[in-house]
Design a protein around this ligand. Sequence first.
Ligand code: FE
Length: 348
Amino acid sequence: MTDKDGIMARRNFLKLAALAAGGAASLGAVGEASAVRARKAAREPASPIYLALNMSKVANRPDSFKLMKKVGPKVCITTATHPGFVGFQANLQTGILPLAGRYGGGKVHMERELNPVGNYQYTMWKSWRDHDDFHLKQFKRVFELCGSCLSMVVEGPWEPVYRVVKAKMTQIRSMGDITKLADDLRRGKKFVRFANPRRCVSLAPHTVKPGRERAFEKGVVDTLEAVSDSTGFLGYMVLKQIGVCALGSFMLDPKSMAQSLMTLGANPPDNPQPLFKTPEAMPHPPEYLVHTEWDSPEMAQLGFAKVLVNHRIRRIHDQGVMAHLIRGPYIMFFNPMMEEPGWRDYLK
Ligand code: FE
């Protein structure tokens, strides 16, 4: 952590500790628990960017896709207008990793069978507060737009917020970017990758034993660095969950919640308030999300297999990751349908 990061983290801590103390005084025992969580969140180091991951499961039928195409771009434009926004990535689930039969009912390609299907929408921000502020200030627009999509939602939305623990990401080139490639090579850039239309995002949630966070973080980075030589590997991010955005999860105060059910979207609640503060929802035991990108789901499957069939990588993964887990590994594959990739520049 740099000195500047340290000062920022301390400032955040003081602000959040005050907020948490206020909450505890007014809410009693429940408030105390959330105050502890808020204090823990405040101790997290500063991150180059923060990611809000809006997760839902939607009915897999033609109407849903029509609706997504109609509403999706409007949500993107509204979000992108807010200060602090640095990019997004809209992912639709395509399958899972059967993991040598442990999840043998699943397949790498389940585009038609998965129902409901995972709809995982990242937005990236300079600060998690910018994202909270966006949901507060743009509430009416988002309420109308998202409200018109509720007919396809089976589960969610739930919107955890993450900091970046470690990332190896690069701007992804296309074959048309040949002049930019020449520039990359001239400047001695080592990690250069190309996108193709089958590019895949894989997400692996991990619950970690309390107290083992540091060991897990080292182990998972060592594993990903070892796997990053695999054919088709495009990059990784290790993300740690620091809370949940209440408004992004449609968790409003009870009065607003009832009002929101009295309309088809034209009449938003009078004074919607988030039901909790983002850091109050920091999970315990700690939750991590391992984000990797690959040339295709098939390439991803080959790469992940190295933690089982390559002696060196298996040892790193067994000792560095498996030994510290409460829950995992489970790997889901997604198609990144749309992306504003500006966020990648912040992770150089
Ligand atoms: Fe959001």
